[in-house]
Structures are given as structure tokens and as C-alpha cells.
Design a protein around this ligand. Structure first.
Ligand SMILES: NC(=O)C1=CN([C@@H]2O[C@H](COP(=O)(O)OP(=O)(O)OC[C@H]3O[C@@H](n4cnc5c(N)ncnc54)[C@H](OP(=O)(O)O)[C@@H]3O)[C@@H](O)[C@H]2O)C=CC1
Ligand SMILES: O=C(O)CCC(=O)C(=O)O
Ligand SMILES: [Mg+2]
Length: 414
């Protein structure tokens, strides 16, 4: 990583974590597709040197540790890596290894593009109108896992502090409450919103929508919204038009003038930075998806929104993502879905999400030709109605194939 960006050798060493559950089936299939595309496009001049590193159940079985230090050393050293999903137990046990990796490497953006591939079955009438890119803040929020279990001395201590020293009277059942903390900072918000706007500029996107619940959580989610607008106007004044500006023009000169100012800004190619409260956003992505483009939001909202939006374009079997620190160059590519344990080792699930995460990785490396070839092959394979169970159950006349066979079809269609 240099100030001009990533400099990628022709044979980069890329660490991978296979993942738990269905991760095993998916990784085996995905790596073949990625290698085949690179081989086909660059004829041996370029090649990824895969380096297995361990996390999750495989690491615990082999080394007695869920996230060995060596894994973190490798991910830091080699900058760009890819992983399968890792299991997080519910209500106890280890904390999320996925979150730990994001925190350890300070991967502050979770980038999840959502687009439709023609022919993929969807629950909505116009899935083709969904073309959004989620920028999910990845290091803060209630998601950071700062919480204490009900009945523990720690929870009691925090509750007593809140009641005795902060005058809090709103904890309904103080004796039996668990307590969680939701840190949202200006720095965290600034770097996320900056990345979202820079992406929107680089990819000629029309708008960035800040999604928050700032009417209720005024200082955390409301802070995110306000800091977002301030950052947009401070750092991108000649490239954006914000709804905060709109409101000021409306207050001074009336609604017609504000409308005209936005129209003029759009005609000049400026990016509209707007905001939406999270509950109505979840309705509007279904009813008016074409109005949303880049979406910038906090960690928990982003988690929910990414699965919801994935459903609109065919589900979690085709939902890629990346965890990125744009300053250090560290990036860990991973699917939006989890380990789907009931399907583990059946060679059944859709490897599309990890393969498309690999496509994002190839783009990140600047190997655009190989990335494009995989996307074209995926579209061709879907056109042939060769799909895994998740699509087959919703498509007429589909040929249902296994994970490995889907990879075979993709390679054939490259
Ligand atoms: N980044 C990560 O590593 C993530 C890890 N997780 C972890 O994964 C575990 C399981 O979580 P869970 O909530 O069940 O969510 P999952 O995403 O693992 O699975 C939920 C459902 O999504 C569908 N699905 C998932 N993956 C695929 C695929 N590749 N192809 C087709 N369909 C798929 C299946 O639906 P159906 O049954 O309808 O066919 C599955 O039952 C948890 O421990 C969770 O913490 C969760 C999310 C991300
Ligand atoms: O860490 C986990 O187990 C879940 C993570 C998750 O759902 C996500 O990042 O989308
Ligand atoms: Mg999730």
C-alpha cells in the first residue's frame, strides 16, 4: 500500500479462511472459479498464491484457539484476504470472530453492493430497479459487543452508576436487565461517510442516503446523520448537494427555490446527500428502490439492511461483501450470509456470494478483466437456468445443481 494506492504483484499471496459450516463446500468451489478466471484471462502471467490461515472451528480443532495470533499477523502482512463465514454462538460462548477481525484490522467499512442478475427469482416485481451499494460502519455501535449479562455484578454496577450518578430513571427492570453500550463517534462517522461519498463520486452514483434512527436515538444515530451532512458540506462542497442545504434554502427562500436548487445541483452532476429514518427506509426500498443508490448507515442497521436488500435480488446466496480500511489498504472479502449449518457438507448451497466477494477482491487488486469474466459467466449460467437449490425452488424449468457443479458450470462458461 502506497499513497497512490495498492501496488499488486503478479503473484500476490492471498490468505484465506475457509469458514465454518457451509464455508467448506463454498470455498472449495469458489477458489476453483477464481483460479480458472485468472488463468484464462492472464494465461499464467498472473496467479494468486493462496495461503490458508485459520479461524473458527477449524482453528480451535487444530490449535485450541478460535482466532490464532498467526492469522492476524498474516492478514496484516498480506493486506488483502478472503474468508468464508464463521459461526457465532447465540446468547453466550465466544464473541463474533467476524466482528473481532473487523476490529483488529480496523476494517471500518463493510461494503455490500446489491444488484440483480437477470433471471434470478425475486419476491418483488422489479428486482432490476435495485442497484444499491451499502456502506455499513463496521467498528462501532451496539455491534461492538460492549454488554453485560443480566444479574452479573458488572451489569449491576453499570445500572447503579446510571441510576445514582447519571439520574437515569428509565431502566424499567433494573434488577434483571442486561446492559449494552452503543458508541457512535464523529471520527467513525466521518471516515464512513467520506468513503461513501468518495465511492459515489468515483462510480458516478447519483445519491448517498444516510439511514438512521436519529429521531429516537438523538445523539448516537442523530449524531451520525448530523456529522454526515457536516462532513459532506465541509469536504465535498463542490461535489454534493445535501438535504441540510435544501432545508436552509427552504427556510430562507421557500420550497420552490429549494427544489430548484436541488434540480440545478443534479443537472450539474452533483451527488445528492440525503437521509431517511430507518423504519420508513425499509419500506421504501421495497416500494421505491430506484430512488436509492449508495446507502451509508451504522453497524446494526447495515446488518439488517444488507440481508433485507439481498432478498430483493434473489437472496443471500448471491450477496457479496468486503470489509475495508481505505487508509491502510487492509481488506477482508466475505459474503453477507453466515454458515447455514443445516446445509454443511451437503455440497448444496449457492457459492455465488463468496464467488462475487472474490470478484470484488479481483477488482480491488485491479484485475478487472478476470472479475468481469466471472460476472459474465455467472449471468450466462443463470440464463441457462443452471442454479443451486435456492434459485431452483423458485424458478420454472431450472436444472438444480450442487455447489461443486455450479462452479463447474461457471468455469465452463468463462
Ligand atoms: N460474516 C459471517 O461470517 C457471518 C456469520 N454468521 C453466522 O452464521 C451462523 C448461521 O446464521 P444464520 O442466521 O442461520 O444465517 P445464514 O446466513 O447462515 O443462513 C440463513 C439462511 O440463509 C440461506 N443461506 C445462507 N447461505 C446460503 C447460501 N450460500 N446459499 C443459499 N442460501 C443460503 C439459507 O436459507 P434457506 O434455509 O431458506 O434455504 C439459510 O438457512 C450464525 O452463527 C451467525 O452468527 C451470520 C452472518 C454472517
Ligand atoms: O458475526 C456474526 O456471526 C454475524 C455477522 C453478520 O451477520 C454480518 O456481518 O452480516
Ligand atoms: Mg448479517
Amino acid at each position: 500500500m502506497q499513497s497512490s494506492g495498492l501496488h499488486v504483484p503478479d503473484h500476490p499471496i492471498v490468505p484465506f479462511i475457509e469458514g465454518d459450516g457451509t464455508g467448506r463446500d463454498i470455498w472449495r468451489a469458489s477458489v476453483r472459479v477464481l483460479d480458472a478466471a485468472v488463468e484464462k484471462l492472464y494465461g499464467g502471467k498472473r496467479k494468486i498464491e493462496w495461503f490458508e490461515v485459520y479461524a473458527g472451528e477449524k482453528a480451535f480443532k487444530q490449535f485450541g484457539e478460535w482466532l490464532p495470533d498467526d492469522t492476524l499477523v498474516a492478514l496484516r502482512e498480506y493486506l488483502v484476504s478472503i474468508k468464508g463465514p464463521l459461526t457465532t454462538p447465540i446468547g453466550g460462548g465466544i464473541r463474533s470472530l467476524n466482528v473481532a477481525l473487523r476490529q483488529e484490522l480496523d476494517l471500518y467499512v463493510c461494503l455490500r453492493p446489491v444488484r440483480h442478475f437477470a433471471g434470478v427469482p425475486s419476491p418483488v416485481k422489479r428486482p432490476d430497479l435495485v442497484d444499491m451499494v451499502i456502506f455499513r460502519e463496521n467498528s462501532e455501535d451496539i455491534y461492538a459487543g460492549i454488554e453485560w449479562a443480566a444479574g452479573t455484578p458488572e451489569a449491576q454496577k453499570v445500572i447503579r452508576f446510571l441510576q445514582d450518578e447519571m439520574g437515569v430513571k428509565k431502566i424499567r427492570f433494573p434488577e434483571t436487565s442486561a446492559i449494552g453500550i452503543k458508541p457512535i463517534s464523529k471520527e467513525g462517522t466521518d471516515r464512513l461517510i467520506r468513503s461513501a461519498i468518495e465511492y459515489a463520486i468515483a462510480h458516478q452514483r447519483k445519491s448517498v442516503t444516510i439511514v438512521h434512527k436519529g429521531n429516537i436515538m438523538k445523539f448516537t444515530e442523530g449524531g451520525f446523520k448530523n456529522w454526515g451532512y457536516e462532513l459532506a458540506e465541509r469536504e465535498f462542497s463542490d461535489r454534493v448537494f445535501t438535504w441540510a442545504q435544501y432545508d436552509r434554502i427552504k427556510a430562507d427562500q421557500g420550497a420552490t427555490a429549494a427544489d430548484q436548487a436541488q434540480k440545478d445541483a443534479e443537472a450539474a452532476g452533483k451527488i445528492v446527500v440525503k437521509d431517511t429514518i430507518a423504519d420508513i427506509f425499509l419500506q421504501q426500498i421495497l416500494t421505491r428502490p430506484a430512488e436509492f443508490d449508495v446507502v451509508a448507515t451504522m453497524n446494526l442497521n447495515g446488518d439488517y439492511i444488507s440481508d433485507a436488500l439481498a432478498a430483493q435480488v434473489g437472496g443471500i446466496g448471491i450477496a457479496p461483501g468486503a470489509n475495508i480500511n481505505y487508509v491502510t489498504g487492509h481488506a477482508v472479502f466475505e459474503a453477507t450470509h453466515g454458515t447455514a449449518p443445516k446445509y454443511a457438507d451437503l455440497d448444496k448451497v449457492n457459492p455465488g456470494s463468496v464467488i462475487l466477494s472474490g470478484v470484488m477482491m479481483l477488482e480491488h487488486l485491479g484485475w478487472q478483466e478476470a472479475a468481469d469474466a466471472i460476472v459474465a459467466s455467472l449471468q450466462k449460467t443463470i440464463n441457462q437456468k443452471i442454479v443451486t437449490y435456492d434459485f431452483a425452488r423458485l424458478m420454472e424449468g431450472a436444472t438444480e445443481v450442487k455447489t461443486s457443479e455450479f462452479a463447474d458450470a461457471l468455469i465452463k462458461n468463462l
